[in-house]
Design a protein around this ligand. Structure first.
Ligand code: KE4
Length: 429
């Protein structure tokens, strides 16, 4: 059993000053039981805790660490930028470079605005959609998580699922009632909703690859049906690519599928680990934003030089290293090794993967939406999680999260991980 003495004493202290001892609920390990470890250092594919245990890390600070932790190009970029300024609050060349790169790489982006989190990005995108269309209704899908925006914390995923309260306290009924929720991958219900309310809908927002209730995929034709219905009824289509952007492909899911949304929300990878978000899309929509247009949106640290420099360095290094091909190789190696090892387990497992994003379900499958995920064996997941952690592999502390492989993971890491995970699964029986 690994020593946890310093983590435990830090957590006891943290709980005196921070709600739940954490600055974000999912870190509290509530979905796997037990207490979180406290990080001391993270480099490459590894994380060390304060008791000097180390782990091969598949959380990757929830997605941003696509090059691995503390990559040298990002450290140098932050260091060089910080020599001139920590923040300007004044237009600067870094934010112009970032805007050009995002508009060049992401198919839907004609114009883009930087913010400081994925939550800000989705919150701003839905306000813009409502301002542009003059409509109030919003459509989202059960299990999709778009940050802690009041009108989006309805039937949401990620940490909200963990607490069994998909609808958060503190969200006024008047806000929630303007958000209509549908099961993901249900073409009939989607069609019926648009038939009934289509001309009152400002926007549909979704994770085009849902990854906050475990990871699953749109059925054939579902995304195209969304594109066609929103276009026909004058509603906007918003892809929340905060997680999938620059992760599944250089241009995200919209590049892979050829389906172009009207607006896109981004975050995580584009900040190189520093606080960042962005939203963008058609110029005629984006031009409705202040100071040119009537939709207000603002931010003290938006486009700050350190986050821009870090994000630019990370994105350019990822492209230079041919990142998406390498991430596919690593993801495929992990999936193949796990499938081989799980094949003779006395209980069912499902592995979903796209590139370097993956999720393990203890479930007979198929898994197409949140209701399917909820039927997976959560108790077995808990045992699996702790068996892996105690053997030095850190998967996300919830079955409602997605794993991330980075460019810093070696094939040796992958093979070690597969061996640990197979043994961990066997020991849940
Ligand atoms: P942030 O506000 O946490 O930067 O981004 C919110 C967000 C928006 N959209 C998607 C698709 C997201 O996955 C997220 C945040 N993801 C979670 C992990 N499931 C962040 C981890 C956490 O909440 O601590």
């Amino acid at each position: 059993m690994r020593s946890r003495h310093l983590s435990d004493s830090l957590f006891a202290l943290a709980k005196q000053y921070i709600p739940g001892g954490v600055n974000s609920p999912v870190r509290a390990f509530r979905n796997v039981g037990g207490d979180p470890f406290f990080a001391r250092r993270a480099k490459g594919s590894k994380v060390w805790d304060v008791d000097d245990n180390h782990y091969i890390d598949y959380v990757g600070t929830w997605g941003p660490a696509i090059l691995g932790h503390a990559p040298q190009p990002v450290i140098e970029a932050i260091h060089n930028a910080a020599k001139d300024a920590v923040s300007f609050g004044i237009p600067n060349a870094y934010e112009v470079e970032m805007a050009r790169l995002l508009c060049d790489w992401v198919p839907s982006l004609e114009k883009v605005r930087m913010v400081n989190s994925g939550t800000e990005a989705t919150m701003s995108a839905i306000r813009l959609a409502r301002g542009y269309t003059g409509r109030d209704l919003l459509v989202k899908f059960e299990g999709c998580y778009h940050g802690h925006v009041d009108s989006l914390l309805v039937s949401s995923g990620s940490g909200a699922l963990t607490h069994g309260r998909p609808d958060s306290a503190g969200v006024p009924e008047d806000f929630a009632k303007l958000t209509l929720t549908l099961p993901f991958n249900d073409p009939e219900k989607l069609e019926a909703l648009f038939a009934a309310e289509g001309d009152r809908i400002a926007a549909v927002i979704l994770e085009p690859v849902p990854a906050n209730a475990g990871l699953y995929f749109a059925k054939e034709g579902f995304l195209q049906q969304l594109r066609d219905l929103t276009t026909r009824h004058g509603a906007l289509l918003i892809f929340d690519e905060v997680m999938t952007g620059f992760r599944v492909a250089r241009g995200g899911v919209q590049e892979l599928t050829g389906i172009t949304p009207d607006l896109t929300a981004l975050g995580k990878v584009i900040g190189g680990g520093l606080p960042v978000g962005a939203f963008g899309g058609r110029a005629d929509i984006m031009d409705q934003l202040a100071p040119d247009g009537p939709v207000y949106q603002a931010g003290t640290l938006s486009g700050n030089p350190l986050a821009m420099a870090a994000g630019l360095a990370q994105l350019r290094e990822l492209e230079k290293q041919g990142g998406w091909r390498r991430l596919e190789e690593l993801g495929s190696a992990l999936e193949n090794s796990l499938r081989a090892g799980f094949a003779d387990l006395p209980f069912p497992t499902v592995i979903h993967r796209i590139g370097s994003m993956f999720c393990l379900f203890f479930h007979e499958g198929p898994i197409h939406n949140l209701d399917d995920v909820k039927r997976s064996d959560l108790d077995r997941f808990r045992k699996f999680f702790w068996n892996c952690l105690n053997a030095g592999v850190y998967f996300a502390p919830s079955p409602y999260e997605t794993g991330f492989i980075s460019m810093a993971h070696s094939l040796e890491d992958i093979e070690t991980t597969a061996a640990v995970a197979i043994d961990a699964a066997k020991r849940t029986f």
